[in-house]
Write a protein that binds this ligand. Structure first.
Ligand code: NAP
Length: 254
């Protein structure tokens, strides 16, 4: 396949949760392949480093504040987008909440609700707002970042695992109803990746002792290894791929 199929030149890409970790690596790679990247996170300073990194490499990027757990902030962001860009070609939903790490029976209601507010409601309304605009413009590509825990629940991560399973189904539901508009919706299913989010897991000796013998590649992933799969999914190289989940987990689920 020609290299041009991976080019994102002329496309506007919104990456939610782009201030660090996997989202930062995704934003950097989409910028490197020519997209104008709009990097979102909760804090005003959050995405500065991400944007600076893209600009330093000659790319095009800017940042916006958006807490995807708050519907009014999603609406405000898309209002800003309509005014300043009038289009969205690519959406990557990567931000996530995992406020509780402990036995499932002790999960408190506030943690459960926060997890669903961000991981399910936030992803869903980001997708519908982007999807309506993509439909009106004739197409687009959406990638939602789930987790291996969405296919096989992680110990002490009950609510989070449930939300990630929902994201996998959300991708299929959106793909089924949006294919007719030229919108492709796919899901990235990462395994353990070296980021701040996963620090508690890296620091849990019991968890690592259980996990590594079942990981054929024998290590956690680097964020850049997730970004490569997202580049494929949002590019024209994946023009016949929708409703799918790409598992990038070092073989853990196998
Ligand atoms: N790391 C892993 O091992 C692993 C494994 C499987 C799946 N995943 C998934 O991969 C994705 C990224 O994880 P990561 O490890 O890179 O996490 P991370 O390093 O903690 O980064 C999370 C990003 O999301 C932003 N964010 C958090 N809550 C937000 C909200 N409500 N609204 C907007 N932005 C928000 C954060 O920025 P601000 O704090 O500035 O808002 C940050 O940019 C998540 O969906 C996670 O579930 C990670």
């Amino acid at each position: 396949m020609a290299r041009e199929h991976f080019s994102l030149a002329g496309k506007t890409a919104v990456v939610a949760g782009a201030s660090r970790g996997i989202g930062q690596a995704i934003a950097a790679l989409l910028g490197e392949y020519g997209a104008h990247v709009i990097a979102l996170s909760r804090g005003a300073d959050g995405c500065r480093e991400t944007v600076d990194g893209i600009l330093e490499k000659g790319g095009s990027a800017e940042s916006q504040v958006c807490h995807i757990g708050k519907l009014e902030q999603i609406e405000a962001f898309f209002g800003w987008l309509d005014e300043h860009h009038g289009r969205i070609d690519i959406l990557v939903n990567n931000a996530a909440a995992n406020p509780y790490y402990g036995h499932i029976l002790e999960t408190d209601a506030a943690s459960f609700e926060k997890t669903l507010e961000v991981n399910l409601r936030g992803y869903f309304f980001m997708c519908t707002a982007a999807g309506r605009r993509m439909r009106d413009a004739g197409g687009g590509a959406i990638v939602n970042v789930a987790s291996a825990n969405g296919l096989s629940p992680g110990d002490k991560q009950g609510a989070y695992s449930i939300s990630k399973a929902g994201i996998i189904n959300m991708g299929k539901a959106l793909a089924r109803e949006c294919g007719e508009f030229g919108i492709r919706v796919n899901t990235l299913v990462p395994g353990l990746t070296r980021t701040r989010f996963a620090q508690a897991l890296h620091d849990d000796d019991d968890f690592m002792a259980k996990m590594m013998p079942h990981t054929p590649l024998g290590r956690g992933a680097e964020p850049e290894e997730m970004a490569a799969a997202v580049l494929y999914l949002v590019s024209d190289a994946a023009s016949y791929t929708t409703g799918s989940s790409i598992v990038v987990d070092g073989g853990y689920l196998a």
